[in-house]
Design a protein around this ligand. Sequence first.
Ligand SMILES: [Mn+2]
Length: 327
Amino acid sequence: MESYTHRRIHDLLLKAKRPVFIADERIDGDSLGSSLAMADFLKGRGIRVPVFVSEPIPTKYRFLPNVDLCTTDATIFDDPTIDLVVSFDCSDASYVARLLALCPARPTTINIDHHATNARYGSVNQVVVSSPATAEVVYRWFKENNVVPSREAATCLMTGICFDTTVFSNSGTNQRALEAASDLLMGGAKIQEVIRNMYQNRGVNVLRVWGAALERIRRHSTRSVVATFLTRADIDGNGATDDEVDGLSNFLNLVTESDVLFVMRESPDGGIKVSMRSSGPDVAKIASAMGGGGHRKAAGYSVAAGTHVCDDAGCWRLVEDAVRMLE
Ligand SMILES: [Mn+2]
């Protein structure tokens, strides 16, 4: 079925007169890498496909080949000639539905993803849950259709795989990830550039914020739980952005030994954003009980302003409440 669908998607792409791509609302290395790699294929055939993104591209992704195809202009959907819409890494059907509602005609929709929660909302669905990244699904699409990705497309695909596997270190790393990466490397993907842009060029100000979080790490007395927090003063005072601080949870998850890791962060409105990583317990359960969401091993939720102070005592209370939900 997987290969049949890959060939079907190839046919639909070749037939499309005016295709539009959608990267997931949450811009990351995978939603961008997978969409820009397939856009590169069309570019090679003389078609410049717009890739709709929900917000301006963060600096760390501006090195990506074909990033100039990205647009935040939703008026591109107001075009009766659009005949094909392809979404990448988008498990949220309502986001795609909102954008499709802007199209005057009813284009064919292709849904390419790897999230278990994907509702198969497309006319054609290529949702491969065993895949480590949507970029790996697109890599297989190239393979199945005997298309050799250009060096640029290979770099885009490598970005998606490196992002979702945290450079081959998290639990999403499997044989599919390593096989694709090895093949893409031979095909000219610039893996060092990918890693440098995504992970290595942290400003000193961002490292100071991480330092504050490292200093405050606490371990639970009876459970295998580690937690830390950051305040607005830490983030704003060091001139860092929330986006730049985002890699902290991945980093701590890699270097600490615990069943569950909590990183809490004061949000600009005075609430607290809780991000959880787990190597065993299902943290999605806690998240959905608290009105958030995510996967078994990575999930999060927000606490409204005024209920907890974002300090050691306030954040630790949040951890204790969450830990009780695991029992
Ligand atoms: Mn992904």
